[in-house]
Design a protein around this ligand. Structure first.
Ligand SMILES: O=C([O-])[C@@H](O)[C@@H](O)[C@H](O)[C@@H](O)C(=O)[O-]
Ligand SMILES: [Mg+2]
Length: 418
């Protein structure tokens, strides 16, 4: 099955004003949908970031894939690498860590790679999970992903979620997310309020949800001393503390005295980071993400490395739609040592999905799609509407800090902030 054509469609969809350590989410999320067409008449789907630098790299790589066999993942990655010409991307929005030349290739390769699994599954009439080694779970547990947030974007009506700016607001949001989707573990995006207020919110969640594993992620907003203080305070309360402090060095400093496992999707985000991270004892849990790590096969390589070094494995999420969620779910279902509930932003954005049938959580878990390939179908009208949203939204690059400054001109991005 040879690739005849690759279609790259940038899309945008609405997002609530979710707060984080670098600012606030703009009213639109940018993503890119990739369709890989083959001479077998089968098309595969992939989904990736939509920022202009990344989009241009995806656009530059796409035509180079024509003529390649969909089974030739090494050949496809090599063509992507050549098309990018040694350029490294940058983490302009400041939440995902330093990119290298190789990890930039992995990010661009990822949606094409996922699409090839979709094609191969369709050709064999088997779900992707079967091609990845078989399902060790029929449904993949996800966590309720809580954010501090404003009631609505400035100048707009309040959204359906309302404000969450203190412990009560956070607990109310957790109740709503768990009521709607049945989530059995909870993550709070921190780095927004002073650490003692975020600790109080975690304690309120513990009281309201005594049996739910809890996580806190300040996206490296704390100095190692603050990170250590919070880790000690929340010993026995959190299952892990995510990215308290910047870089492998900062995380290692916290880890050296922390009674809690530390997790990351910021300091160990590429294969080159694994050896120094292990040597420094910086992290005890890696949050994998097939969008970062070069697709599904390379994410399984990451899982094997984590297993070899006794490092736990969880899964990271940015804002995304259902093609990404389906890929995450097949991967997680086929990865035995991915034994934490995965993160997902999907509940914040699922109303604008481009799938014919948006995906639904059952008791906090997503049943692994059973249809061939990823088991999801693109709705062309929805895709066209989101592509139109992209053209009219006026944004080409995520900029949480710039948006925050447009509302609060005195706002500064500082790392660490506390
Ligand atoms: O969307 C956000 O605000 C998140 O902070 C996201 O960008 C992070 O990459 C992510 O959720 C994380 O776990 O660090
Ligand atoms: Mg994180």
């Amino acid at each position: 099955m040879r690739i005849t054509d690759v279609v790259v469609t940038p899309i945008a969809f609405p997002d609530p004003p979710l707060l984080n350590s670098v600012g606030v989410h703009e009213p639109w999320v940018l993503r890119t949908v990739v369709e890989v067409r083959t001479d077998a008449g089968l098309t595969g789907l992939g989904e990736t970031y939509g920022d202009i630098g990344h989009l241009n790299r995806v656009r530059a790589a796409a035509p180079a894939l024509t003529g390649l066999d969909v089974h030739d993942l090494n050949g496809i990655r090599a063509r992507v690498s050549t098309a990018l010409g040694g350029e490294a991307g940058s983490d302009r929005h400041g939440l995902t860590g330093r990119l290298t030349v190789e990890s930039t290739v992995d990010r661009v390769f990822s949606p094409f790679e996922v699409a090839t699994w979709d094609v191969r599954g369709k050709a064999l009439d088997r779900p992707v999970v079967d091609l990845l080694g078989g399902a060790v779970r029929d449904a993949v547990p996800y966590s309720a992903y809580l954010f501090y947030k404003w009631a609505g974007h400035p100048g707009a009506e309040p959204d359906e979620w309302g404000a969450a700016l203190d412990a009560d607001g956070v607990v109310a949001q957790a109740r709503e997310l768990t009521r709607r989707h049945g989530f059995r573990s909870i993550k709070l995006k921190g780095g927004v309020l002073p650490p003692d207020e975020e600790v109080a919110a975690i304690r309120a969640l513990r009281e309201a949800f005594p049996g739910h594993p809890l996580r806190l992620d300040p996206n490296a907003a704390w100095s190692p001393a603050t990170g250590l203080e919070v880790a000690r305070e929340l010993d026995g309360v959190l299952e892990y503390l995510e990215d308290p402090s910047p870089e492998i060095e900062g995380m290692a400093e916290v880890a050296a005295g922390s009674p809690l496992p530390l997790a990351t999707n910021m300091c160990t985000i590429a294969f080159e980071h694994l050896a120094p991270s292990v040597a420094a004892g910086a992290v005890q849990v890696v949050l994998s993400d097939h969008h970062y790590w070069g697709g599904l096969a390379r994410s399984k390589e990451l899982a094997a490395i984590c297993r070899a070094f006794g490092i736990g494995l969880s899964m990271h999420s940015n804002s995304h739609l259902g093609i990404s969620l389906a890929a995450m779910t097949h991967l997680a279902a086929a990865t035995p040592n991915l034994d934490y509930a995965c993160d997902t932003h999907y509940p914040w954005n699922s109303a604008w999905d481009v799938l014919a049938e948006p995906l639904s959580f059952v008791d906090g878990a997503l049943p692994v799609p059973t249809g061939p390939g990823l088991g999801v179908e693109l709705d062309r009208d929805k895709l066209a509407a989101r592509a139109e949203d992209y053209r009219r939204c006026g944004i080409v690059q995520r900029d949480d800090t710039g948006y925050m400054r447009s509302i609060d001109p005195g706002y500064e991005r500082r790392r660490p902030r506390w």
